[in-house]
Design a protein around this ligand. Structure first.
Ligand code: RUB
Length: 308
């Protein structure tokens, strides 16, 4: 699929979820490089850079997309032929996709240790990382049940409920506003991440911070499942994470309210680190306050000081 197509599908949410958009963008860049038959490095570079910019602009919040795309261009600036450049881009894309899939498996294994037999778990939105943890714990024979929030306005909770039901995991759907009401009976919250900032703040689907607040109040453990490519090197430079706002029609249909009514539709929010017990990554279970070290150590050489 072309980069233009993938960017459009990411924008329209046909392709969604922070890790998936990163993998699909890397794959699109790989295919674009693969399809180039010419010998003109300058032309290839400019085509690839156009696609890179298009993909990065397709959704603004998830740093995974930016990290994934940057990875595809790793060590390409000094290459001198179109063949070398093409091969490097393709190899980088494959490596990123493979690492991201491996990370998901490792997160599943490490996170599963956090689920105990008989637990009542809540999840919000539809995170493949959080689901990997529940899938692994279930496969290990642990028996627990899950409360999945609806996650308005896109209702990704329906996807989660289907994913869990297909695995045989008992799941109850609730509306987002029922979170605090059911929280007092729960043991654990497991959510994914679009971005983790250098101070350990979590940026995830709108409503995550309310879930965290309710968990904090009820002393329910709040755990984030996030690959290291969800950590943002850009926040180390002081950059704020851009919170995507989507169209009003996702909340109200045309004509439902008079035109003077404003509609505000932010689709992500920030949960402060003090509400997060731990973050399950492929390099271990860490406190949110270790985010800075993760960025420097894991992503440092590859992303931070590399202007490519
Ligand atoms: C999805 C969302 C998910 C994270 C993590 O939002 O907020 O919790 O992206 O997902 P949207 P994963 O539906 O708007 O993309 O663990 O699959 O990367």
């Amino acid at each position: 699929m072309s980069a233009d197509d993938v960017a459009e599908r990411i924008k329209s949410m046909e392709i969604r979820g922070a890790a998936e958009i990163a993998r699909r963008a890397a794959q699109a860049l790989k295919e674009e490089a693969e399809a180039y038959q010419g010998k003109d490095l300058k032309e290839l570079r400019s085509r690839m850079e156009r696609s890179r910019d298009l993909l990065i602009a397709s959704r603004p919040t998830a740093i995974s997309l930016w990290n994934g795309v940057q990875y595809v261009f790793k060590d390409t600036s000094k290459l001198t032929s179109a063949e070398e450049y093409r091969a490097k881009v393709m190899d980088n894309a494959d490596t990123f996709i493979r690492r991201s899939r491996n990370a998901l498996r490792t997160i599943g294994k490490l996170g599963a240790n956090r689920i105990r037999d008989g637990d009542k778990v809540m999840t919000h939105c539809n995170s493949k990382a959080a689901i990997a943890v529940m899938a692994e714990a279930w496969a290990q024979g642990k028996r627990f049940e899950v409360f999945a929030t609806e996650s308005r306005p896109w209702r990704q909770g329906v996807l989660t409920a289907n994913d869990l039901a297909n695995l045989g995991i008992p799941v109850t759907m609730i509306v987002d506003s029922a979170v605090r009401y059911v929280m007092k009976d729960l043991d654990l919250v497991l959510v994914g991440a679009d971005t983790i900032a250098s101070n350990g703040a979590l940026i995830n689907k709108i409503g995550t911070s309310q879930v965290a607040l309710a968990a904090h109040e009820a002393r329910v453990t709040f755990t984030v499942c996030a690959e290291t490519f969800k950590f943002s090197p850009r926040t180390i430079y002081g950059e704020m994470v851009k919170i995507e706002e989507r169209d009003a029609t996702e909340i109200v249909k045309a004509g439902e309210v008079p035109p003077q009514v404003k509609v505000f539709n932010p689709v992500f929010d920030a949960t402060p680190p003090e509400y997060i017990d731990s973050i399950v990554t492929e390099i271990g279970v860490i406190p949110p306050y270790a985010a800075y070290q993760v960025i420097v150590k894991e992503l440092g050489q590859e992303f931070m000081f590399n202007e490519e």
